[in-house]
Design a protein around this ligand. Structure first.
Ligand code: ATP
Length: 640
């Protein structure tokens, strides 16, 4: 198949060698007609290779009698041109030169070798087609010889990297192409799923019904993975492309009355259509239209390269979109979303402290009973920190056998102890530049504590069995439900480490002290488990709700979550009843302890909650003096 197009200008682009494989893959070496260009490992070679098979002066490429020539300069391992060993060869565009594992290809922009200045010439279809798409490995800019456009493509790549979603990717590309090619219309059409293309975005939008292309041409572009540039479409009308189905579906009249997408009546003098691929399947095409004057060769090349970048950008954006959707789905299914539910005075205060502590850089110690949400608080601190884009790794020190804690945290070398069959990169190294959450830090061995202390002091550490020290940058957040101060007194926990860890301390209050939060959490978990277990209409009876609100929750939020999870599964329609909760000791639980000090602590917390932390008012409610209230608040370590 041949298309004709007229050339409006003599092109002055240089030929160049592009490296298709080998150590220099992706590089391009412009060729100079005026002087021989040497290829080899030698420092004075214009085309310097690092391929070890290459000789210092391996070959030379030069321009003579209107052609490029390659001569092997007595290399040790020989030179192949188009896979044939050769001493001398006349080179044509797209010919390949192989030296060891390096493959170079000669790219001669159209018109470069010819001195013919006539303004009209016949160009074979192959001249204007792009190479077949070979996925993301293909160098998107391999065909672009214009330095200005290389910068455009560089800018475009940077913008595409920043784009969050497919629409942004498309807008960025259209904007750049309209500006650089002076196209009257730039459009992107996607396969509607039935082989027909539907415009996804056209600029300016009111030109959408003007950008039509013959179906046969689209089929060819899609099938062959080729871009085409059609100049003066009126000339091509009815030549090779007899089918004249509408591309955009805006005009579905049949037979002879069909208007060709590149027909006489179209206002365009130039059309470029480039395929867009996503994961090796065609998604659609990028279309550029111009009334006058014609596109240039470099604009055609720019469009091809931009379409390839678009393909990569879209693949990534679609992948990101689907990952986001997966994440949402998983978060929906999994109750442990990161949302810290609670609006009681104590929780509000805790959230404020989390924000402040997050911005600082010291270690954090989170204290609280089991199941209160310490890990969730740790996540919130990490999210509020400057490391939020880096990972937070969680290690439960109590879940690792004592004898392995050290090697798990700090790593070990293969063979350093029985069972060390492989090298292990410790958690600290894995969390480098991020955050490490050490849950149940009180369970750390004394040796582990000593190493942790050194890391917190900024020293490097030695993985087990290693000879070289490792230095890491990790923010440590530790949590415990133990009384670490008591551990220090018992010499089970190093005092110096205790102070290092607790640069910032966050106390997570037990659920029984959070007032209305119980109601919020009930709603939160109900919503979640109803969705997860596919029972969106399941209600909860008043009696069941009251029982939940009155229960003392010794197992804290985790217990509440588990109770609701199983109630949603076990309850018969239409509603969860009190018996479904499995809290048969609910009445007793209100008096779950008879210790006076515990009840005093609870009452003081309750009074502070009601008064929004106002001690004199709380003292009034409790019927005690202010001084007693202050003393007891300090004694019981109550967070106001
Ligand atoms: N404020 C909250 N909002 C929503 N969910 C919460 C909240 N607090 C805790 N949870 C949920 O309760 C469960 C227990 O929380 P988490 O594991 O953070 O507690 P913990 O104090 O670290 O427990 P442990 O002491 O056993 O390590 C988790 O499923 C968590 O998502």
């Amino acid at each position: 198949m041949r298309f004709e197009y007229s050339r409006c200008e003599k092109r002055l682009m240089t030929a160049y060698l592009t490296v298709r494989s080998g150590p220099e893959k992706g590089r391009q070496f412009p060729l100079d007609r005026e002087r021989p260009m040497h290829i080899g490992r030698g420092k004075s070679c214009e085309i310097m290779l690092t391929d070890p098979v290459s000789s210092r002066f391996h070959a030379v490429i030069y321009f003579e009698d209107g052609n490029w020539h390659l001569r092997d300069t007595s290399s040790r391992n020989g030179t192949l041109v188009n896979d044939q060993k050769t001493d001398h060869a006349r080179m044509l565009s797209l010919h390949t030169i192989t030296i060891g594992s390096t493959e170079l290809q000669l790219i001669e922009p159209a018109g470069e070798t010819s001195d013919d200045t006539s303004l009209t010439q016949t160009v074979s279809f192959e001249l204007v087609k792009t190479e077949h798409w070979a996925g993301e490995d293909q160098d998107p800019i391999a065909q672009v010889a214009s330095t200005g456009h290389l910068i455009d493509l560089y800018t475009l790549s940077l913008s595409l990297l920043r784009c969050e979603n497919p629409d942004e990717v498309i807008s960025t590309l259209i904007e750049l192409l309209r500006d650089r090619t002076q196209a009257d219309v730039v459009g992107i059409s996607f396969d509607a799923g039935d082989g027909r293309l539907k415009p996804r975005r056209v600029e300016p939008p009111d030109a959408a019904n003007l950008i039509t292309i013959e179906k046969a041409l689209v089929r060819r572009i899609v099938k062959e993975g080729e871009a085409v540039w059609i100049n003066d479409p009126a000339k091509t009308n009815g030549s090779a492309l007899s089918s004249a189905d509408q591309l955009s579906g805006t005009d579905k009249r049949s037979g002879a009355s069909k208007r060709s997408g590149i027909g006489k009546n179209d206002p365009w003098s130039d059309i470029i259509v480039a395929p867009i691929h996503c994961d090796d399947t065609n998604m659609g095409v990028l279309q550029l239209y111009r009334r006058d004057p014609n596109f240039s060769q470099s604009q055609f090349e720019l469009t091809i390269a931009a379409a390839r970048l678009l393909s990569i950008g879209l693949s990534r954006a679609f992948e990101r979109d689907s990952l986001k959707a997966d994440r949402r789905r998983i978060a929906d299914r999994n109750a442990d979303s990161d949302e810290l539910v609670g609006s009681s005075a104590v929780m509000q205060k805790l959230k404020e402290r989390i924000e402040r502590v997050g911005k600082a850089s010291g270690s954090v110690l989170i204290r609280g009973e089991s199941g209160v949400g310490k890990e969730l608080v740790a996540r919130a601190v990490h999210r509020a920190s400057l490391r939020s884009k880096r990972p937070m790794l969680t290690v439960n020190c109590a879940a690792i056998p004592h004898e392995l804690i050290e090697s798990q945290l700090f790593g070990h070398r293969k063979g350093s102890f029985t069972g060390a069959d492989n090298d292990h990169i410790g958690w600290f190294q894995q969390a480098h530049t991020g955050t490490l959450f050490l849950d149940e830090v009180g369970e750390l061995t004394l040796e582990g504590q000593a190493k942790l202390l050194r890391i917190l002091e900024g020293h490097p550490f030695l993985p087990v069995g290693a000879t070289e020290e490792v230095l890491v940058d990790v923010r440590v957040i530790a949590a415990t439900n133990r009384d670490l101060a008591e551990f220090v007194r018992e010499k089970r926990f190093r005092e110096d480490l205790f102070y290092r860890l607790s640069v910032f301390e966050l106390l997570v209050p037990p659920l029984r002290d959070r007032g209305d939060d119980i109601e919020l959490l009930v709603g939160h978990f109900l919503d979640h488990f109803r969705r997860q277990h596919g029972r969106p209409l399941l209600a909860i009876s008043d009696e069941a709700r009251i029982r939940l609100l009155e229960y003392a929750w010794p197992g804290n939020v985790r217990q509440l979550r588990n109770v609701i999870d199983s109630a949603v599964v076990m309850a018969d329609d239409p509603a969860i009843e009190a018996d479904d909760l499995g809290l048969r000791d609910a009445g007793l639980s209100r008096l779950d302890t008879l210790r006076l000090d515990e009840w005093e602590r609870r009452l003081i917390r309750k009074a502070l909650e009601r008064t929004g932390g106002n001690v004199p008012e709380a003292a009034g409610l409790l019927g005690i003096s202010r001084a007693t209230a202050y003393r007891k608040i300090t004694e019981y370590e109550i967070d106001r």
